[in-house]
Design a protein around this ligand. Sequence first.
Ligand SMILES: [Zn+2]
Length: 219
Amino acid sequence: MTAPSRGSHTTPLAIVRRADTVAPVATPAVHQFQFQPTNESTLDFSAVEVRVSGVEGRGVYAARALPAGAFVAPLTGTLVPSHIAEAPGYARMALQIDDDWWLEELGFADDFINHSCEPNLRFSAAGDALEAARDIRAGEELFFDYATSLYDGGWRVACRCGSAHCRGLITGFEDLAPELRRKLLATCLPYIRRKGESSPEAVAMTGTTASRRSPPPPA
Ligand SMILES: [Zn+2]
């Protein structure tokens, strides 16, 4: 098993800061994200293609064979605080990336990746990209598990992913069974991994909070 390879990937972080919404709000507490302006011409979507999904709506497919651990696509979006993204009537697609922050759709390929309960993608350790969770064949539709980006419980949508291990519902990470949370933790966005690492449950399981900072070997 070779270490995950980012190859010659040098894409700058693709998160766009929208000054009119971000300025009045505190900067994200954590952050491994660097809020540098996005140069769209440098965003590397060469590994993926958008076309009609086998599951629902538009989907994203591997444009070439992708070895486990390979960079697949950057995460893009306008940085939007939760009080906007979670407000009644908010009608854009957005990806939660921290307790108080979301990435609102910009129309790049990463906006069209569907959920699967048996995904072939996971989040990179830095949380700025999706990478192959296993070897992926050219032409395979790409999926990540939405519970690895959305934390809060109480939200649920029927799942029609069709996988052998379909949970029947798409939920937040908090609503997953403890065993599944442990299994998925290292594939999650960093803000969810931090929550998992600091939970009494995780400490009891590992005896330390320092051993879960690396992505797992591909499944
Ligand atoms: Zn499913």
